[in-house]
Ligand binder design. Sequence first.
Ligand SMILES: Nc1ncnc2c1ncn2[C@@H]1O[C@H](COP(=O)(O)OP(=O)(O)OP(=O)(O)O)[C@@H](O)[C@H]1O
Length: 339
Amino acid sequence: MIVVENLVKTYPGAGRAGEVTALRGVSLQIPDGEIYGIVGPSGSGKSTLLRCLNLLEKPTSGRILLGEDDLSTLSGAQLRAARRRIGTVFQQFNLLHSRTVLRNVEFPLEVAGVGKQQRRTRALELLDLVGLSGKEETFPSQLSGGQQQRVGIARALAAEPEVLLCDEATSALDPDTTDQVLDLVAEVNRRLGVTVVVITHELGVLRRICTSAARLDAGRVVETGRIVDLVADPDSALGHALVPVGTDPSAGSSADTALVTAIGEAAHGPWLADMIRTLDADVAVVGGRVEQVGSVTVGRMRLRFVEGTDRAHVERFVAERPYLSLAWGRETELEGLTE
Ligand SMILES: Nc1ncnc2c1ncn2[C@@H]1O[C@H](COP(=O)(O)OP(=O)(O)OP(=O)(O)O)[C@@H](O)[C@H]1O
């Protein structure tokens, strides 16, 4: 379990500029084995949080606990040892171009003083795991972006970390390669049991692999939860972003408009026909989307009811069905997230 407790990070201002407080009391709990997404608009503090988590930056105050150990107080040899418990995968891969693929993966083990035979064996195992057997003696410039990121993942795993941090790890890749690299991250999480923390602005990353997420805004956590709970929560802005239904093209009043979300198998069922029959309601469908979020199907529809519809009646229909939830009015739009 990673526990972040009331983390504050203030940077001294350059020149005449005042101090910048990038994190204003961030608290998170990331259970072992999760794939945890961190999102937020530009400047919200995502990179600062990541640099505190991988111990490149010392927090101004607050604590970061990995298991029993408080990482925020370490220095010297203890800090170097703690850094090996956390592997980082970077957006621009950050490979050493004068070294072969094999020697890139061996690099963190060399720094840690691991013997030649042992580090070679480990690097070969990892290259096999990431699907790059046969490329050991290749140089990074001879690889595609997706292959370079596979090397980045193997290198991050070399020292057998408990946590893998991915810093916009797929932002430089095309959509198909992104999906393949994400599937590899999910496989690593499953096979090695490593906890994954993903900083991203891509909704596709959250939908495809994340099990939980936190949304930062102006240095604070404004929303957090399991992805399946966020999409089922009619008040979750992140849930709305994950399954957006678009704006009403008729531009009619939003007053009698409801967003109804159906989760799981029921999303494919006849709930709308059932609603119309049961309520004897006149309903127009003005938006809709069905998405696969992780392993769960989520259907969301924006329905406009004729004026004078008994809202309590609609709310009761929804409340009687645990797979449905409802919010009146428009969906919330979030900055800083893209498809
Ligand atoms: N080394 C630094 N010195 C001074 N201020 C900094 C430093 N690093 C970040 N900041 C400031 O801290 C705030 C949070 O920045 P941070 O890079 O963590 O945000 P972010 O959410 O990662 O943004 P982006 O998505 O654009 O990368 C910003 O106001 C930024 O200008």
